[in-house]
Ligand binder design. Structure first.
Ligand code: FEO
Length: 393
């Protein structure tokens, strides 16, 4: 059995990248990433759905040639223009100059702007269809801001298969298996949460609109632009996306994020974690913002109901690694969380006040000076215990 064969009409022609250290030059790739691309073959026409990053174009072209033999691709459907999926456009056009680029108006503008590509284009609107011959009908659904303004999805009607772009995608290169049934599902789902929180998290309301648009469709298979093709776990990944985009916590755990130069704020964070554990709250994920990657902090904040942030006062005045995290929450509009704040200082207490200005002036918070007095340590314990009580109830 050829594991790249998703059906007799759909063949996987994506590539794995285990060389790039950081996606978008920001997000670490401990398991690599795949750039998924698909060949859809009808009796009359052949379409490539989504492309690959520029460094992998030559390999993909070889794969397409060997798969198609005497035939050639007629269409290149671009669901999403971000260069991890469109970088190979010029190379494809160089080999097949007559290939028609299919996208919506914004996509076509971006194709010209990024790559200067002209020639044959087919501009599609929401609900338009494209036939590759009898029994192979592609229908387009515009789903803006999942993750760029031009994003759309393509639905292969007869096979109930959705080419979803970044939606339902995840970090993690493919290890042989393309379909989720044989894949490391739990790793991919965890990496989907990290991908969502890092990259798509700001666009929850648009993801919700897209999910509503998809609601009437029967979907048996989801072919995203990253990670495995979902067939065994379609309902699970749709539910995960629904919950994440409604900013609904996935569990009753607590994320603790702290910054600490000399260990005093770290000690307060430890006291808080101890108190939460004594209250039976779990899971608790705890991060030093200076050493943990931002994507892990954001993924935890999207996952857990509770959030405790502890920061010393620094020149800014929030300690910069913590400030980056707080800004990340504000940008993504994370809501429906029970947040408490702890601020430390040596002479000028501003950190917790400024965090409250950014996240909510009514948030419970406490401050301590220097290494903290007994009363100040008790206040942190009390703040954490009260957080635990609210979460448990
Ligand atoms: Fe995989 Fe938004 O690009």
């Amino acid at each position: 059995m050829d594991v790249n064969c998703i059906s007799d009409k759909i063949y996987y022609i994506g590539v794995n990248d285990r060389t790039t250290a950081k996606f978008e030059a920001m997000w670490p790739l401990p398991y690599g990433v795949s750039y998924n691309s698909y060949l859809v073959t009808g009796p009359d026409k052949v379409a490539i759905v989504d492309g690959v990053e520029v460094g992998h174009a030559a390999r993909q072209i070889d794969e397409i040639k060997s798969r198609l033999g005497d035939r050639k691709p007629d269409y290149l459907i671009i669901n999403h223009m971000e260069p991890d999926h469109s970088g190979g456009i010029s190379a494809l056009r160089a080999v097949w100059p007559d290939i028609t680029i299919v996208g919506n108006g914004q996509t076509i503008n971006m194709v010209r702007g990024f790559y200067g590509v002209e020639g044959s284009v087919l501009k599609v609107k929401d609900g338009d269809t494209l036939s590759l011959g009898e029994g192979v009908t592609l229908r387009f659904a515009l789903t803006p801001m999942v993750h760029w303004p031009e994003t759309m999805m393509t639905y292969l009607v007869e096979e109930e298969t959705l080419f979803s772009g970044d939606a339902f995608g995840c970090f993690g290169a493919l290890a042989g298996y393309v379909l989720d049934g044989g894949a490391q599902t739990e790793m991919y789902l965890a990496e989907m949460e990290r991908y969502y929180a890092s990259i798509v998290g700001k666009y929850g309301q648009f993801v919700q609109k897209a999910l509503q648009k998809l609601q009437p469709l029967a979907i048996s298979t989801i072919c995203p632009t990253h990670g495995p093709v979902w067939r065994s776990h379609v309902a699970r990944v749709v539910d995960l996306y629904d919950r994440l985009s409604r900013y609904e916590p996935l569990d009753n755990g607590v994320t603790i994020v702290y910054g600490s130069m000399y260990g005093n704020t770290a000690m307060m964070a430890e006291r808080a974690a101890h108190e939460l554990a004594c209250a039976g709250v779990g899971p608790i994920e705890m991060f030093n913002a200076s050493t943990a990657d931002l994507s892990r902090l954001l993924a935890a904040a999207f996952r857990h109901k509770g959030l405790l942030i502890a920061s010393p006062t620094y020149s800014e005045p929030i300690f910069p690694p913590v400030k980056t995290f707080v800004d990340g929450l504000v940008i993504r509009g994370l809501k429906n969380r029970d947040i408490v704040l702890v601020g430390g200082c040596s002479w000028s207490e501003r950190a917790s006040a400024l965090m409250a200005e950014l996240l909510g002036t009514d948030l419970p918070r406490t401050t301590f000076k220097h290494a903290g007095s007994c009363d100040e340590h008790d206040a942190v314990r009390k703040l954490a215990a009260e957080l635990g009580t609210r979460i448990n109830n």
